[in-house]
Design a binder for this molecule. Structure first.
Ligand SMILES: Nc1nc2c(ncn2[C@@H]2O[C@H](COP(=O)(O)OP(=O)(O)OP(=O)(O)O)[C@@H](O)[C@H]2O)c(=O)[nH]1
Ligand SMILES: [Mg+2]
Length: 243
């Protein structure tokens, strides 16, 4: 393959999993090179495709609007009920383990977490909503933070709404969809944890949500556990970022 045609940077670093091994880091700046490289890896059994976002990194967490990073470039927000599987979905889409922290305890992500995907492109993990066991004051703070976020962010280009397929859409999700519609954001609903349902039940749930939302949002099946629907989710993310 004419790899020399692309702008490629190769470096060697210690394995961050502390295995004592060195890992070869290959940075591909050209999207076509990334596509070819991913294809090459997918076609060799035993290899997992590399991240399409080799330079992705955590930027900052914000607890108030004045802590949000500079509102330039483009960003896509990931929202959903507490414990729906937002952080797990982000990890699969970005193809990094524990990139966004996951937890068995609902309400873990209580801040707006900003991640850079590439220069000028961000993914934002919003605090989960709908968790019953939090104090009213905390709940109000989350609500205000989300409202502020949707109102002020000019760089916000799309919403990925993560929904636990077993619960389907809740009133909180419907509210979130309205928030996004108010500011003319395109919405994509990711029905996650599809591995928890039989194939037929998952297909039925997909149809029901599609029927309810019509052309207000696109909808897909997803499983972070089985890595189902990751390509589709990434394609939508890329489309939103390119807008
Ligand atoms: N079976 C299955 N479990 C999942 C899937 N996605 C997430 N989980 C589990 O669901 C739990 C919550 O996942 P998180 O990704 O932390 O959820 P979250 O929406 O980020 O949660 P908060 O940040 O607390 O609001 C964890 O125990 C995950 O392992 C999935 O696709 N399949
Ligand atoms: Mg989370």
């Amino acid at each position: 393959m004419a790899i020399a045609k692309f702008n490629v940077r190769v470096s060697v670093q210690d394995d961050e999993r502390a295995t004592g091994c060195k890992v070869l880091i290959v940075l591909l700046r050209d999207p076509e090179a990334v596509r070819l490289w991913s294809k090459l890896y997918t076609e060799f059994p035993g290899h997992t495709p590399m991240s399409q976002y080799p330079e992705a990194h955590f930027v900052k967490s914000a607890n108030a609007a004045d802590q949000f990073p500079e509102d330039t470039g483009v960003e896509v927000a990931v929202a959903g009920r507490s414990n729906a599987g937002k952080s797990s979905a982000i990890n699969v889409i970005v193809n990094r383990r524990q990139f966004a922290r996951t937890s068995k305890t609902p309400g873990r992500t209580q801040l707006v977490n900003f991640f850079a995907l590439r220069d000028g492109q961000r993914l934002v993990d919003l605090p989960g909503y709908g968790f019953a066991r939090v104090a009213e004051k905390t709940r109000r703070h989350w609500g205000d933070l989300l409202t502020d976020y949707f109102r002020v962010r000019r760089s916000l280009k799309g919403l990925l709404l993560i929904v636990d397929i077993r619960r389907q859409l809740t009133d909180y999700d419907r509210q979130m969809i309205e928030f996004a519609e108010d500011v003319d954001l395109p919405i994509h609903v990711i029905l996650t944890k599809a591995d928890k349902l039989k194939r037929g039940q998952a297909a039925k749930a997909l149809l029901e949500v599609q029927k309810e939302l019509g052309d207000r949002a696109s909808v897909q099946l997803f499983s972070a556990l089985k890595r189902l629907g990751e390509q589709e989710a990434r394609q939508v993310l890329e489309r939103f970022l390119a807008a």
